[in-house]
Design a protein around this ligand. Sequence first.
Ligand code: AMX
Length: 435
Amino acid sequence: MGYIKEKFKVKADELNVEVKDLVKNHGSKKIEDVTVAQVYQGMRGITGIVTETSLLDANEGIRFRGYSIPELREHLPKAPGGAEPLPEGLFYLMLIGELPGEADVQTLSSMWGRRSHVPNHVFDAIEALPITTHPMTMFTVGIMALQTESAFAKAYAEGINKKDYWSYMYEDTMNLIARLPRIAAYIYRRKYKGGQHIQPNGMLDWAGNFAHMLGYSDEGFKELMRLYMVIHADHEGGNVSAHTTHLVGSALSDAYLSFAAGMNGLAGPLHGLANQEVIKWILAMREELGGGMPTKEQIEAYVRKTLSEGKVVPGYGHAVLRKTDPRFTAQMEFAKKHLPNDELVKIVWTVYETVPPILQELGKVKNPWPNVDAHSGALLVHYGLVEYEFYTVLFGVSRALGVLASLCWDRGLGLSLERPKSVTTEWMKQFVEGK
Ligand code: AMX
């Protein structure tokens, strides 16, 4: 057994004792009341899931095992000559709960490199889809085809002790993360680059190699991919992709089945698809205004038009956050350093100055500030990745790090099948009438 796996087991066993103690001694302690509105309005604010990997504060944004994004950019190991954190380091932090050293990151990089082989039938399954298929559909089909490789599914069919579930989940997690960049790059090259595929470069880190397989050799793009893969990885457990992965995983579905389910949630426009919607919206605005840099007044008029058509302003608002998303700020800082004069980036920044007061005016939007998706497209377009339908796949590759580390913890802690109670409106009417 590798030392990372051993270390995870020790940590999981330790926490298991604490959790058993919590449930035994404080199991009946009430956390909060649930209101009728919360039941109808997406269970917003109800504490109902345990996720060890990260915690979201409405004002401060995400913290991964206690570390904010600026702290991660400072403390996580970097690629040689690079300034952005390596996603391998974030994965280690989420899985083990401690900051990694250079050697830990190296170990993960080479482990994922060794496990990255994707069997041909996965590519065949993707090839069977029409070229017009959305990249996210190709992505989930690819993940589902790869499920043939699940160590957990195989072991479960043969019969295993429930104490060992975590071990197979760990193996599936490592294999799946190792293979996702290859599948995603295959989809990109198939759909947009005439099927001219690029073989992996085993000398590169996970995100650097992903950039290489997509066909981008620019060092700036590799750095962007490292940052992108870090900031999109996890956003505590209640968001649609994390919650779905966890929920499906609670039925003892393996990592492939659970992650594919989560990715179908990420493909929704109110969640991960928002990144493609943002750039589509900005490009449409620019075109309608005749190209070039729009003024603040022109942007304001366009925002009002969007709202009057009954549409949301993509990239703005959040179910939990109440301030500018630090993931937006991290990308803004990257842009200030690497591409301060890019026109599209400048439009994103002017939109940032314009949208919040307008959304505030509506009086109903709880968070008028930008989220992670408001910025990412402009950075990708700068480096030539203009095919915005692919953006959510990038988000998905990154999201695997958080939700799969979490699945390892679900199994490490032996968490239960998730099964909340549902009621009918008839039940609710009787309840409010006190019947
Ligand atoms: N533009 C216009 N209206 C908005 C809005 C926006 N950006 N954000 C919220 N509102 C509206 C809602 O549609 C809702 O209107 P309704 O009462 O008429 O239905 C009202 O404001 C209250 O909503 P809320 O409580 O502030 O937000 P929520 O928790 O229900 O939804 C979210 C959160 C993200 C779905 C919403 O802000 C939104 O649709 N934003 C645009 C899409 C987007 O950027 N999604 C990406 C989120 C991050 C991610 O997952 N990647």
